[in-house]
Design a protein around this ligand. Structure first.
Ligand code: HEC
Ligand code: HEC
Ligand code: HEC
Length: 191
């Protein structure tokens, strides 16, 4: 059991972390640095001495042509796919079944920040059901207990967001549905 003081302290750190993230996301410096990518010789991933580097396309050349985002990879990959600007292969083996699900789930129904509308379609155009179900999330509305603190620690939505999908500083892309307006009727109510 954690003491009440321990819980209070961890809640304090959560708010401190959130406040810092919001500050970083809003700072004009972050906007100034937008849309600049390190060349391959400086990215710390490729061997700068490798003669093969000349054969590769520079990230800036490829990514600057795609819809912009202000954070993370500076590309809005959802928009890039929806606008047909990229056309990634869905499968390698012909027998792989591609399943796209078009339902939205409303999460954070009881919180103070805007509701989180989780879109299945924008996820299943990239991912398989098995990437999330049943290990990470149970496929039953309201069956999962979400927590922003766990998400910030890289669990739940944070397994991908902040790692391979748009970062957690983009609060409004998840907290995207106003609480004081009629809720979207087509969406399923989660927790
Ligand atoms: C990847 C999606 C995602 C992003 C990005 C995200 N959140 Fe959340 N957030 C959630 C989910 C899901 C919950 C619901 C957790 C629950 O039910 O308590 C939540 C809950 C919360 C809560 C607790 C409930 C409430 O509304 O009072 C706060 C506070 C919060 N988020 C703030 C933020 C802030 C500030 C940011 C940006 C720095 C942010 N979130 C970014 C998904 C996200
Ligand atoms: C990126 C993660 C992710 C992927 C991929 C995903 N889901 Fe889900 N799914 C969720 C979350 C989050 C919920 C909400 C659970 C809750 O409310 O606690 C959910 C809920 C559900 C539900 C219950 C809600 C309802 O509409 O009745 C079903 C059924 C479901 N998913 C099926 C699927 C199927 C089928 C696929 C593949 C085509 C899939 N999911 C892919 C995250 C995912
Ligand atoms: C298995 C990886 C994975 C998990 C887990 C995951 N996401 Fe995503 N999410 C993605 C990817 C990939 C995209 C599309 C690429 C991008 O936008 O970066 C995406 C896109 C989204 C979008 C669409 C944004 C737009 O502009 O249309 C929202 C909203 C979102 N995620 C919220 C959530 C929430 C809330 C959770 C947790 C309940 C969650 N995601 C869990 C990988 C994931």
């Amino acid at each position: 059991m954690r003491s009440r003081r321990g819980r209070r302290r961890s809640r304090y750190y959560l708010w401190l972390l959130l406040a810092t993230l919001i500050l970083i996301a809003r700072t004009p410096v972050a906007a100034d640095m937008a849309r600049r990518w390190l060349p391959l010789v400086k990215d710390g991933i490729h061997d700068p001495k490798s003669p093969a580097l000349r054969l590769l396309q520079q990230p800036g050349e490829a990514l600057s042509r795609l819809p912009a985002d202000v954070a993370g990879s500076q590309v809005n990959w959802t928009a890039a796919l929806e606008q047909g600007r990229i056309n990634p292969r869905t499968n390698i083996l012909p027998e792989t079944k591609i399943r796209v699900l078009d339902t939205d789930i409303l999460l954070n129904l009881r919180g103070g920040t805007p509701i989180v509308r989780f879109p299945h379609r924008q996820h299943t155009v990239w991912l398989d059901c098995g990437n999330c179900h049943e290990q990470l999330f149970k496929s039953k509305a309201g069956a999962n207990k979400f927590s922003m603190q766990l998400i910030l620690q890289g669990e739940q939505c944070g397994v991908c967001h902040g790692a391979v999908a748009f970062p957690l500083t983009q609060c409004g892309r998840c907290h995207n549905t106003a609480r004081d307006k009629p809720l979207p009727a087509a969406a399923v109510r989660g927790s």
